[in-house]
Ligand binder design. Sequence first.
Ligand SMILES: O=P(O)(O)OC[C@H]1O[C@H](OP(=O)(O)OP(=O)(O)O)[C@H](O)[C@@H]1O
Ligand SMILES: O=c1[nH]c(=O)c2nc[nH]c2[nH]1
Ligand SMILES: [Mg+2]
Length: 171
Amino acid sequence: MENSPTSPYRDDIVISWPELHRDTRLLCHQLLEQGPFKGIIAITRGGLIPAALVARELEIRLVDTICASSYEAADDDTAQTMRKEVKILKGVEHDGEGFLLIDDLVDTGNTARVIRKLLPKAFFATIYAKPQGREVVDLCVKEFAQDKWIYFPWDIDYQFVPPMKKHRANP
Ligand SMILES: O=P(O)(O)OC[C@H]1O[C@H](OP(=O)(O)OP(=O)(O)O)[C@H](O)[C@@H]1O
Ligand SMILES: O=c1[nH]c(=O)c2nc[nH]c2[nH]1
Ligand SMILES: [Mg+2]
Protein backbone atom coordinates (compact mmCIF):
# COMPACT_ATOMS: atom_id res chain seq x y z
CA MET A 1 0.00 0.00 0.00
CA GLU A 2 1.15 3.57 -0.78
CA ASN A 3 3.11 5.44 1.93
CA SER A 4 3.16 9.25 1.72
CA PRO A 5 6.66 10.86 1.70
CA THR A 6 6.01 12.58 5.06
CA SER A 7 4.84 9.41 6.80
CA PRO A 8 7.15 7.85 9.43
CA TYR A 9 5.98 4.46 8.16
CA ARG A 10 8.04 2.73 5.46
CA ASP A 11 6.51 -0.70 5.28
CA ASP A 12 3.17 -2.45 5.79
CA ILE A 13 2.25 -5.53 7.74
CA VAL A 14 -1.14 -6.98 6.83
CA ILE A 15 -2.74 -9.10 9.53
CA SER A 16 -5.41 -11.60 8.45
CA TRP A 17 -8.37 -12.69 10.61
CA PRO A 18 -6.81 -16.13 11.32
CA GLU A 19 -3.49 -14.49 12.29
CA LEU A 20 -5.24 -12.05 14.61
CA HIS A 21 -7.20 -14.90 16.18
CA ARG A 22 -4.07 -17.06 16.61
CA ASP A 23 -2.03 -14.15 18.07
CA THR A 24 -4.84 -13.22 20.46
CA ARG A 25 -5.05 -16.81 21.64
CA LEU A 26 -1.28 -16.79 22.24
CA LEU A 27 -1.80 -13.68 24.36
CA CYS A 28 -4.55 -15.50 26.27
CA HIS A 29 -2.18 -18.34 27.19
CA GLN A 30 0.09 -15.77 28.85
CA LEU A 31 -2.82 -13.89 30.44
CA LEU A 32 -3.95 -17.08 32.16
CA GLU A 33 -0.68 -16.94 34.11
CA GLN A 34 -1.45 -13.35 35.24
CA GLY A 35 -5.10 -13.50 36.31
CA PRO A 36 -7.64 -13.97 37.63
CA PHE A 37 -9.18 -10.70 36.47
CA LYS A 38 -12.43 -9.16 37.72
CA GLY A 39 -13.22 -7.92 34.24
CA ILE A 40 -11.89 -6.59 30.95
CA ILE A 41 -11.75 -2.99 29.79
CA ALA A 42 -11.51 -2.73 26.00
CA ILE A 43 -9.92 0.41 24.57
CA THR A 44 -12.13 1.41 21.67
CA ARG A 45 -12.23 0.84 18.91
CA GLY A 46 -9.20 -1.32 18.12
CA GLY A 47 -9.37 -3.20 21.41
CA LEU A 48 -12.98 -4.32 20.97
CA ILE A 49 -12.48 -7.45 18.87
CA PRO A 50 -9.36 -8.60 20.75
CA ALA A 51 -11.24 -8.02 24.03
CA ALA A 52 -14.16 -10.18 22.84
CA LEU A 53 -11.75 -13.01 21.98
CA VAL A 54 -9.94 -12.67 25.32
CA ALA A 55 -13.26 -12.62 27.20
CA ARG A 56 -14.19 -15.89 25.51
CA GLU A 57 -10.91 -17.67 26.33
CA LEU A 58 -10.63 -16.39 29.91
CA GLU A 59 -14.39 -16.87 30.54
CA ILE A 60 -14.82 -13.26 31.65
CA ARG A 61 -18.30 -11.84 31.32
CA LEU A 62 -17.74 -8.37 32.73
CA VAL A 63 -16.54 -6.29 29.78
CA ASP A 64 -16.38 -2.50 29.94
CA THR A 65 -14.90 0.10 27.58
CA ILE A 66 -12.70 3.12 27.74
CA CYS A 67 -13.46 5.15 24.65
CA ALA A 68 -10.41 6.87 23.23
CA SER A 69 -9.51 8.60 20.01
CA SER A 70 -5.97 9.59 19.09
CA TYR A 71 -5.62 9.33 15.32
CA GLU A 72 -7.72 10.97 12.61
CA ALA A 73 -7.95 10.22 8.90
CA ALA A 74 -5.18 11.88 6.90
CA ASP A 75 -6.24 14.59 4.43
CA ASP A 76 -4.88 12.63 1.46
CA ASP A 77 -7.10 9.66 2.36
CA THR A 78 -4.20 7.25 2.90
CA ALA A 79 -4.83 4.57 5.50
CA GLN A 80 -2.09 5.88 7.75
CA THR A 81 -3.55 8.53 9.94
CA MET A 82 -2.34 11.72 11.56
CA ARG A 83 -1.56 11.88 15.26
CA LYS A 84 -3.79 14.13 17.36
CA GLU A 85 -4.09 14.67 21.04
CA VAL A 86 -5.54 11.61 22.82
CA LYS A 87 -9.16 12.31 23.76
CA ILE A 88 -11.07 10.21 26.27
CA LEU A 89 -14.75 10.16 25.32
CA LYS A 90 -15.76 7.76 28.12
CA GLY A 91 -13.67 6.54 31.06
CA VAL A 92 -14.32 4.24 34.03
CA GLU A 93 -14.76 5.22 37.66
CA HIS A 94 -12.03 3.17 39.33
CA ASP A 95 -8.25 2.81 39.26
CA GLY A 96 -8.27 -0.50 37.34
CA GLU A 97 -7.33 -2.77 40.24
CA GLY A 98 -7.98 -6.38 39.23
CA PHE A 99 -8.98 -5.40 35.69
CA LEU A 100 -7.41 -6.28 32.36
CA LEU A 101 -7.00 -3.46 29.84
CA ILE A 102 -6.93 -4.61 26.21
CA ASP A 103 -5.92 -2.74 23.06
CA ASP A 104 -4.96 -4.03 19.64
CA LEU A 105 -1.64 -2.21 19.45
CA VAL A 106 0.73 0.16 21.16
CA ASP A 107 2.63 2.31 18.65
CA THR A 108 4.08 5.60 19.96
CA GLY A 109 2.57 4.78 23.35
CA ASN A 110 0.62 8.07 23.47
CA THR A 111 -2.77 6.41 23.90
CA ALA A 112 -1.47 3.86 26.39
CA ARG A 113 0.29 6.52 28.51
CA VAL A 114 -2.91 8.55 28.92
CA ILE A 115 -4.94 5.45 29.81
CA ARG A 116 -2.28 4.15 32.21
CA LYS A 117 -2.60 7.37 34.21
CA LEU A 118 -6.36 6.89 34.47
CA LEU A 119 -6.12 3.20 35.43
CA PRO A 120 -2.71 2.80 37.09
CA LYS A 121 -3.58 -0.53 38.74
CA ALA A 122 -4.92 -2.36 35.67
CA PHE A 123 -2.92 -5.06 33.88
CA PHE A 124 -2.38 -3.70 30.36
CA ALA A 125 -2.05 -6.08 27.39
CA THR A 126 -1.96 -5.51 23.64
CA ILE A 127 -1.66 -8.00 20.80
CA TYR A 128 1.09 -6.03 19.04
CA ALA A 129 3.66 -3.44 20.09
CA LYS A 130 6.25 -1.17 18.52
CA PRO A 131 9.40 -0.13 20.43
CA GLN A 132 8.32 3.43 21.40
CA GLY A 133 5.31 2.13 23.27
CA ARG A 134 6.41 -1.32 24.41
CA GLU A 135 7.42 -0.34 27.95
CA VAL A 136 4.04 1.28 28.64
CA VAL A 137 2.20 -2.06 28.48
CA ASP A 138 2.70 -5.15 30.64
CA LEU A 139 2.33 -7.76 27.92
CA CYS A 140 2.14 -8.18 24.14
CA VAL A 141 2.62 -11.18 21.86
CA LYS A 142 4.44 -9.69 18.88
CA GLU A 143 6.70 -6.70 18.36
CA PHE A 144 7.17 -4.88 15.06
CA ALA A 145 9.68 -2.23 14.03
CA GLN A 146 8.62 1.38 14.53
CA ASP A 147 8.42 2.08 10.79
CA LYS A 148 5.89 -0.68 10.06
CA TRP A 149 2.23 0.23 9.63
CA ILE A 150 0.01 -2.59 10.81
CA TYR A 151 -3.21 -3.19 8.87
CA PHE A 152 -5.80 -4.97 10.95
CA PRO A 153 -8.31 -7.31 9.26
CA TRP A 154 -11.20 -4.91 9.88
CA ASP A 155 -9.35 -2.20 7.88
CA ILE A 156 -8.67 -4.21 4.74
CA ASP A 157 -10.57 -5.87 1.91
CA TYR A 158 -9.81 -8.66 -0.54
CA GLN A 159 -9.13 -7.34 -4.03
CA PHE A 160 -7.60 -8.35 -7.35
CA VAL A 161 -3.84 -7.79 -7.76
CA PRO A 162 -2.24 -8.01 -11.21
CA PRO A 163 0.44 -10.69 -11.76
CA MET A 164 3.90 -9.59 -10.54
CA LYS A 165 5.38 -10.01 -14.01
CA LYS A 166 3.32 -7.06 -15.33
CA HIS A 167 5.23 -4.68 -13.01
CA ARG A 168 8.75 -5.71 -14.04
CA ALA A 169 10.71 -2.90 -15.73
CA ASN A 170 12.34 -5.12 -18.41
CA PRO A 171 10.14 -8.10 -19.11
O1 LIG B 1 0.48 4.10 20.63
P1 LIG B 1 -0.27 5.08 19.79
O2 LIG B 1 0.66 5.84 18.86
O3 LIG B 1 -1.16 6.00 20.56
O4 LIG B 1 -1.20 4.25 18.78
C1 LIG B 1 -1.94 3.13 19.16
C2 LIG B 1 -3.42 3.45 19.18
O5 LIG B 1 -3.83 3.93 17.89
C3 LIG B 1 -4.90 3.13 17.42
O6 LIG B 1 -6.14 3.64 17.87
P2 LIG B 1 -6.85 4.90 17.17
O7 LIG B 1 -6.70 6.11 18.04
O8 LIG B 1 -6.40 5.02 15.76
O9 LIG B 1 -8.36 4.58 17.19
P3 LIG B 1 -9.18 3.25 16.87
O10 LIG B 1 -8.77 2.24 17.89
O11 LIG B 1 -10.56 3.72 17.05
O12 LIG B 1 -8.86 2.82 15.48
C4 LIG B 1 -4.69 1.78 18.07
O13 LIG B 1 -5.92 1.06 18.16
C5 LIG B 1 -4.19 2.17 19.44
O14 LIG B 1 -5.26 2.44 20.34
O1 LIG C 1 -4.14 0.21 12.11
C1 LIG C 1 -3.19 0.79 12.70
N1 LIG C 1 -1.91 0.40 12.48
C2 LIG C 1 -0.84 1.00 13.07
O2 LIG C 1 0.31 0.61 12.84
C3 LIG C 1 -1.13 2.05 13.97
N2 LIG C 1 -0.36 2.86 14.73
C4 LIG C 1 -1.20 3.67 15.39
N3 LIG C 1 -2.48 3.42 15.07
C5 LIG C 1 -2.48 2.40 14.19
N4 LIG C 1 -3.49 1.79 13.56
MG1 LIG D 1 -7.20 2.38 19.29
